[in-house]
Write a protein that binds this ligand. Structure first.
Ligand SMILES: [Zn+2]
Length: 66
């Protein structure tokens, strides 16, 4: 998921995986900052998670918790 980056957000794009998405309170949310590369000619954007291994482990934990 992509987290809200509205007026009161941190100002940095983040993605997150909830290890326990069904939990009411303790969803065990794991976040990663996102690096953005932009082409100075056409504006094409690429996004990279800064901690991809962390996000993948959280995703695997989420699957194991189902
Ligand atoms: Zn380009």
């Amino acid at each position: 998921m992509v987290l809200d980056t509205g007026q009161y957000a941190s100002g940095y794009l983040q993605i997150a995986v909830d290890e326990h998405p069904e939990a009411v309170v303790f969803k065990q949310r794991v976040r990663s900052s996102v690096k953005v590369s932009v082409c100075g000619d056409c504006g094409y954007l690429e996004f990279y998670a800064e901690q991809p291994g962390l996000m993948y482990r959280a995703y695997q934990n989420m699957l194991n918790n189902e």
